[in-house]
Design a protein around this ligand. Structure first.
Ligand SMILES: *[C@@H]1O[C@H](CO)[C@@H](O)[C@H](O)[C@H]1NC(C)=O
Ligand SMILES: *[C@@H]1O[C@H](CO)[C@@H](O)[C@H](O)[C@H]1NC(C)=O
Ligand SMILES: *[C@@H]1O[C@H](CO)[C@@H](O)[C@H](O)[C@H]1NC(C)=O
Ligand SMILES: *[C@@H]1O[C@H](CO)[C@@H](O)[C@H](O)[C@H]1NC(C)=O
Ligand SMILES: *[C@@H]1O[C@H](CO)[C@@H](O)[C@H](O)[C@H]1NC(C)=O
Ligand SMILES: *[C@@H]1O[C@H](CO)[C@@H](O)[C@H](O)[C@H]1NC(C)=O
Ligand SMILES: *[C@@H]1O[C@H](CO)[C@@H](O)[C@H](O)[C@H]1NC(C)=O
Ligand SMILES: *[C@@H]1O[C@H](CO)[C@@H](O)[C@H](O)[C@H]1NC(C)=O
Length: 435
């Protein structure tokens, strides 16, 4: 007998099972390197799986790995130039290698220009596919490892690693590109959103816990003691820079993350800036981006001058006098003994980035502004010259202990501001596995 109620229930039940099994969230640990102040993301690659440490690059489009040294795997594959995937990658470069066939050496292969985003060196490398594995998560702890077949990346070489932290064998690309790490992870389950979040640790490896990156999830993101950072987010649009950025292939748009800073305030006082510099012009110059390939904030000379003058004046009203000789490459420093330490770092003027609407601003405190160099604290802004491609490049220091969510589908950035205000930090995620 046909019973509409029970068949409806069965359909709902099946839908629930399919739905819950098709969404899968992942995480990877992040560490900070004590000599370069850059960040390393760890995942598993090859067969058998091996821990692979990669420089975390928010702006890069395709992950690359040095496959010229110690690349041993039974599961790697090359990509022929005429396969659909090569066409889709749109690299437009094909080549041959007539040495002993192996990782990074085959004929008629699809090729790419891997780039070291710190030194801006590039090379030519073959596209490869190999097994990847990352931890699954419910936002509270890592659960089991999940293997992912045929992860697409480019080969790099040992020379290209120069300038990256010791122990790193390539670059993890988290940019806005169809084959970046977050996009490839989102394709591993049918209903996962292309959303990822990063929380960079402020202390270096070994001195406290790891930071964390979450993939395919809009939250929760739990940090002890029980703070869900996804509840703290304020959103602003991500802006596409139509011209190329770090991608050394000129026909692809930039894969970097730009945001619309409309004004900067110091202790709530507006800094007078040349508005032209804040906008991206038709050739891709100007604007503001977030980069993990520079430890500090790098700005146009005119922006630096305006911000530091206001910062020095506001510090003076707090009875802080800048030292006469700032420590290079910085421009403003204060004696450590003159500055009180607070929950959110050294007590200095706060900087607000006013974003798409007057009421939407990102408040930045001392812990994300100041760099300790021996007996002084210096403002972590450095001079990018008079003709930088991007007027304001916010580096790693500014986003440490903040949770940033990149929502690639809705093209928006969620930011939490300093987690220190909530008495937690990026190293407070619990990596103790639950199974
Ligand atoms: C940096 O870290 C490495 C390994 O994590 C350690 O051996 C080294 O002593 C550290 N250096 C400094 C200056 O702290
Ligand atoms: C791709 O090229 C190889 C030789 O270079 C050829 O054997 C193969 O049939 C081609 N495949 C397609 C799909 O065109
Ligand atoms: C990325 O993928 C989407 C959907 O498959 C496609 O519409 C878009 O053109 C691709 N973008 C690039 C730059 O290839
Ligand atoms: C900041 O300045 C605005 C006007 O520019 C004012 O309305 C607001 O009250 C000020 N906020 C603080 C905390 O001083
Ligand atoms: C603002 O910056 C643009 C681009 O660098 C420059 O052409 C223009 O002269 C500047 N305007 C002022 C008032 O300084
Ligand atoms: C964009 O700005 C740069 C640097 O100021 C300048 O060289 C270039 O001509 C500008 N392009 C356009 C289309 O205005
Ligand atoms: C700065 O110092 C002066 C004189 O010592 C004092 O009157 C004033 O209250 C101080 N201001 C602040 C913000 O500490
Ligand atoms: C988390 O971080 C805060 C502030 O950074 C720290 O005071 C606290 O002890 C940490 N909590 C736990 C449970 O580790």
């Amino acid at each position: 007998m046909y019973n509409p109620t029970s068949s409806t229930l069965i359909i709902i039940f099946l839908f629930t099972i399919l739905h819950s099994s098709s969404q899968q969230s992942y995480l990877t640990p992040i560490t900070k390197d004590n000599s370069t102040n850059l960040y390393t993301l760890s995942l598993y690659l090859k067969t058998p799986l091996q821990v692979t440490n990669l420089h975390l690059d928010l702006g890069a489009s395709l992950t690359w790995v040095d496959c010229t040294r110690r690349y041993k795997s039974s599961s790697y594959k090359h990509l022929l130039y005429n396969e659909t995937l090569c066409v889709d990658l749109n690299t437009g470069i094909y080549g041959n290698c007539f040495k002993k066939p192996g990782p990074g050496c085959s004929i008629d292969s699809c090729e790419y220009f891997p780039e070291n985003s710190v030194t801006r060196q590039t090379a030519i490398g073959q596209i490869m596919l190999d097994s990847l594995a990352v931890s699954t998560t419910d936002g509270r702890n890592p659960n089991g490892l999940r293997p992912i077949k045929d992860y697409v990346f480019s080969c790099g070489n040992t020379k290209l690693l120069r300038g990256l932290p010791n122990g790193v064998t390539g670059v993890a690309a988290l940019g806005r590109f169809n084959y970046s790490l977050p996009f490839q992870l989102s394709k591993t389950s049918s209903s996962s959103p292309a959303i990822f979040a990063v929380c960079l640790p402020s202390s270096t490896a070994g001195t406290s816990g790891n930071g964390v990156a979450f993939f395919n999830t809009a939250g929760p993101y739990y940090f002890s003691p029980g703070i869900d950072a996804s509840k703290l987010l304020i959103y602003t649009p991500l802006i596409l820079n139509p011209s190329r950025g770090t991608v050394p292939i000129y026909w692809l748009p930039s894969s970097e993350y730009f945001i619309g800073v409309s004004a900067i305030k110091v202790n709530n006082k507006s800094v007078k800036l040349n508005e032209t510099l804040l906008k991206i012009n038709e050739s891709g110059f100007g604007g503001t981006k977030i980069s993990t390939s520079t430890p500090y904030t790098v700005v146009h000379t005119a922006v630096l001058k305006a911000v530091t003058e206001k910062f020095v004046a506001e510090a003076k009203s707090m009875n802080l006098t800048a030292t006469e000789n700032p420590v290079k490459p910085f421009n403003v420093c204060f004696p450590v003994k003159a500055i009180v330490n607070t929950r959110v770092g050294p007590a200095v003027p706060v900087i607000d980035l006013v974003l798409d609407k007057p009421g939407i601003y990102w408040r930045i405190f001392g812990s994300n502004l100041m760099v300790r160099v021996k007996d002084v604290w210096c403002l972590g802004f450095v001079d990018g010259g008079l003709e930088p491609r991007t007027s304001i490049v916010f580096g790693g220091l500014m986003i440490e202990d903040n949770l940033l969510q990149f929502d690639l589908a809705q093209k928006r950035l969620g930011f939490s501001s300093s987690l220190l205000l909530k008495s937690t930090n990026c190293a407070n995620f619990s990596f103790t596995s639950q199974n």
